[in-house]
Design a protein around this ligand. Structure first.
Ligand SMILES: [Zn+2]
Length: 342
C-alpha cells in the first residue's frame, strides 16, 4: 500500500475539506453532515462525511459514496493522482511525487464496503408513498407552455393556490411502479428556491419519473426509452408524439436508475440532457455508468437549447439524428476515463 496515500488520508480533516469545497450547513464532529456539495440542493442532512475513515455517502442516492479521494475526483473531475496532489496541498502533506507510487486508490474495497453498509442503513430502496403536505390546495391548470390538455393531464401538472407551495406549479414524481414518491413546486412568481421538493429529504437518485407511466410506449418502441433532463422536457417530447420518455430529477444517472430500467425491461436508452456544459457532463457520466448494460444513444440538441425550447420539426430531426454514444464522444471530444478535457 502506498505510504503517501495513507499519510494523506490520515491528514484529511473532513470538515475542512467540505468547507474548502463549498459545503453548506456543515454540522457535527465524528459523522459530519451537510448539504450535498456534489449535487447541490437544500437538504441539510443529505450528505455524511465520516472523520474516522474519511468516507462519504449521499443519502439522496444521486451521488453514491466513496472516500476523500473519490470526493475530490467528483468535485474537480480529476484523476486519482490529481486528487492525491490536491489533498496533499490542502493538508500540508509532503510527498515526493517522483518516487511514490500513487496510480491507483488502495482504499477501493474499503469504500465499497462502506457504501454498501450506508445503503442498507438508509433503506432508500423502498421509497415511502408520498402524502401531500397539509393545508395545500391544488387546482387543475388549463394551459402551460403551450402543452396540450392531454399532456397536462398525463403528467398531472397542478397549481398550488394555498399552503407552503403557494403560487407554484406542482409536478408529481413517480417510481417505476407508478407510486407517487414526491412532488416539486416550481416557483411561478419569481420566489427564491426555484424548485422545492417534498418530502424535503426526497431520494432523488432513486427513481425515473414517467418510466412507470409510459411503460406501454417503452414496449412499443422496442424497450427503448428516452431519458431527458426534467418533467418539462418529458412533457414537450410527449406532446409531440414521443411517449417512451422519463426523467431523473437533476442531471444524474445512478446505479438505482439502472436497476429501475432493468425492472422495466429496458434494453436501449437515449440520453437527452441539455447541450450545455453541465448537460454534456451529465451525459458523459451517464454513458460511463450505462456502458455495457444498455444500447446507448444520445439525443443531440442544438447547442444551448433544451427540449422544451424545440419545435416539433426540431424534435423529429433530433430523434432521427441521434448519435451512438461513441459517435457523440467523438463529436464533442469528451473523454470517459478520469482525464479532464484539455
Ligand atoms: Zn448528492
Amino acid at each position: 500500500m502506498s505510504n503517501a496515500v495513507e499519510r494523506i488520508r490520515e491528514a484529511v480533516d473532513v470538515k475542512v475539506l467540505l468547507g474548502a469545497y463549498g459545503g453548506r450547513n456543515i454540522k457535527g464532529t465524528g459523522n459530519v453532515r451537510s448539504c450535498c456539495p456534489i449535487h447541490g440542493g437544500d437538504n441539510t442532512t443529505a450528505f455524511v462525511f465520516t472523520q474516522s475513515n474519511k468516507m462519504w455517502y449521499c443519502f439522496t442516492g444521486a451521488c453514491g459514496g466513496g472516500d476523500c479521494f473519490d470526493f475530490v475526483m467528483e468535485m474537480d473531475e480529476c484523476t486519482f493522482k490529481e486528487s492525491a496532489v490536491k489533498l496533499a496541498e490542502l493538508f500540508n502533506v509532503v510527498v515526493d511525487w517522483e518516487t511514490e507510487e500513487i496510480e491507483e486508490n488502495p482504499f477501493r474495497e474499503e469504500a465499497r464496503a462502506f457504501i454498501e453498509m450506508m445503503m442498507k442503513r438508509s433503506n432508500a430502496h423502498e421509497l415511502p408513498v408520498f402524502k401531500m403536505p397539509a393545508g395545500m390546495k391544488l387546482t387543475k391548470i388549463n394551459e402551460y407552455r403551450g402543452y396540450s390538455q392531454e399532456t397536462i393531464e398525463w403528467w398531472k401538472f397542478r397549481y398550488c393556490t394555498e399552503g407552503e407551495l403557494e403560487d407554484r406549479l406542482v409536478i408529481p414524481f413517480e417510481d417505476v411502479d407508478k407510486r407517487l414518491v414526491g412532488i416539486t413546486g416550481r416557483a411561478m412568481k419569481g420566489q427564491p428556491n426555484k424548485f422545492m421538493h417534498r418530502p424535503r429529504n426526497l431520494h432523488t437518485g432513486y427513481f425515473l419519473t414517467g418510466l412507470g407511466r409510459n411503460l406501454e410506449f417503452v414496449r412499443e418502441a422496442g424497450n427503448s426509452v428516452k431519458i431527458v433532463e426534467g418533467a418539462f422536457d418529458c412533457a414537450r417530447w410527449w406532446d409531440n408524439g414521443f411517449k417512451n420518455i422519463c426523467a431523473p430529477i437533476g442531471l444524474f444517472f445512478t446505479d438505482e436508475h439502472v436497476l429501475q430500467l432493468y425492472k422495466a425491461g429496458v434494453t436501449t436508452i437515449e440520453i437527452g440532457f441539455d447541450n450545455d456544459e453541465a448537460g454534456r457532463n451529465g451525459i458523459r457520466k451517464a454513458i460511463k455508468k450505462a456502458r455495457g448494460k444498455f444500447d446507448i444513444y444520445v439525443l443531440d440538441y442544438p447547442q444551448g437549447k433544451d427540449a422544451d425550447d424545440c419545435t416539433r420539426e426540431e424534435l423529429i430531426q433530433i430523434d432521427a439524428n441521434k448519435l451512438l454514444w461513441w459517435e457523440w464522444l467523438e463529436k464533442y471530444g469528451e473523454k470517459l476515463e478520469g482525464e479532464k478535457k484539455k
